[in-house]
Write a protein that binds this ligand. Structure first.
Ligand code: NDP
Ligand code: X2W
Length: 359
């Protein structure tokens, strides 16, 4: 009997060289974790002003013995980053700073995936209204693609500059967009309540974020005009084909990571509740990182933290004729670093799920 044929080993693929600017923060650390283990990426640069000269493994001991973690932090100097041969740069920097470094890297031929808010808002006047300073690079706004891979994959593939969405917006937009596109809800009635873990605020010293201030505690903040409303309303309005204004109430809860969002809206006239489930299925069938839980199933942050999934459940309340959408994601995963890598995979012509399959 002939022995079974041994499949040929795939040829070693050339790795795509990538840099992380702002690698010592929370989203930077998530990018490091994912990219060190990404089968088709070589991390060539990681920046931090405070950690310059130390290795990734020294600063983050959990990466000890992981190949590549001997890489040393360098200063966020665009020439030094470009000199490492990186073709892509992830910006995990505060807004305002990101646009300036992003421009310098684009000028040096890199493709940029920005995790900050700097390129998310198409209108620089709206950016200024919500971020309280003039836009640092308004001439680049026209080419930036709002990077929701489930919504505009083809534009992401061709992009030079990605504005990766915010954590709260991702959890609000993905459940709502299909319903607005299909006119299933009344856009004037949308209310979104979100709860975020403390890593959402970044890795910085802030009295209100100390353990004793946050632990065993929950509080609303940023009301009534949290800065994420600018990008949420922009994307909802595009989907609805008319201006949409919503109420959004974020809350801080005492967990390290995870966002749970509950969004409600009145059903449109004559809409049957079954159309809600159908629209979500139609929008996300086959999408690797959107898990539809179905009718009556609440989403739970415990099932998504550490992953790139967003879970979405829904229920109809016949007393108020409102649909209640329940979503959960990791703010550092699908809400930030994971989603940015999903866009990067598309841009680099890789499988969308590469490096993102941990559960
Ligand atoms: N945390 C979250 O859940 C999410 C965050 N985001 C966005 O991603 C970006 C990064 O967030 P996050 O990781 O939380 O932030 P952190 O505060 O945790 O990290 C910021 C990083 O930027 C570097 N940095 C800060 N200031 C400068 C500067 N002036 N020049 C160069 N580097 C600088 C810091 O290193 P050093 O000071 O040593 O240089 C650090 O590496 C932000 O725009 C944030 O709004 C988006 C989605 C979710
Ligand atoms: C808990 C907490 O403080 N969260 C942050 C949102 C973090 C985030 O997503 O910032 P981006 O706008 O860059 O996406 C906040 O409310 O400002």
């Amino acid at each position: 009997m002939a022995s079974p044929e041994i499949p040929a080993m795939p040829k070693a693929m050339e790795r795509v060289k990538a840099a992380i600017v702002g690698a010592s923060g929370y989203t930077g650390q998530e990018l490091v974790r994912r990219l060190l283990l990404h089968p088709q990426v070589e991390l060539t640069a990681a920046t931090s002003r405070q950690e310059e000269g130390r290795s990734l493994a020294d600063v983050f001991p959990r990466f000890r013995a992981v190949p590549g973690a001997e890489l040393k932090f360098i200063l966020p100097d665009p020439d030094a980053i470009a000199a490492t041969g990186a073709r892509f740069a992830f910006l995990a920097l505060p807004h305002g700073v990101a646009a300036e470094i992003g421009r310098a890297l684009l000028e040096r031929g890199l493709r940029v995936i920005d995790l900050s808010a700097d390129f998310r808002i198409h209108d620089s006047a709206v950016y200024e209204e919500f971020y309280d300073h003039a836009h640092p690079a308004p001439d680049l706004l026209a080419e930036a693609i709002y990077g929701l891979p489930e919504v505009r994959p083809e534009e992401i593939k061709a992009a030079r500059l990605i504005a990766s969405p915010g954590c709260y917006p991702t959890s609000i937009l993905l459940p709502l967009l299909p319903l607005l596109r299909e006119n299933l809800i009344d856009p004037a009635t949308v209310v979104a309540n979100s709860m975020s873990g403390v890593s959402g605020a970044g890795r910085k010293a802030d009295l209100s974020l100390l353990f004793c201030e946050c632990n065993e505690s929950a509080r609303a903040y940023g009301v009534p005009k949290h800065r994420h409303l600018s990008e949420i309303e922009q994307e909802l309005s595009l989907a609805a084909g008319q201006p949409v204004v919503i109420s959004f109430i974020p809350h801080l809860i005492p967990v390290n990571a995870g966002i749970a969002t509950t969004t409600t809206a009145k059903l449109g006239a004559g809409v049957d509740r079954a159309q809600i489930g159908e629209a979500l299925e139609k929008a996300y069938a086959g999408m690797p990182f959107v898990r539809l839980l179905g009718e009556g199933q609440p989403a739970d942050t415990k099932r998504v933290t550490g992953t790139n999934f967003i879970d979405i459940g829904w229920v109809h309340d016949p007393r108020t004729d409102r649909v209640i959408l329940m979503s959960a994601e990791d703010n550092l995963g699908k809400g930030a670093g994971g989603q940015a890598i999903q866009s990067f995979n598309l841009m680099a012509g890789l499988c969308q799920t590469a490096g993102l399959q941990s559960v």
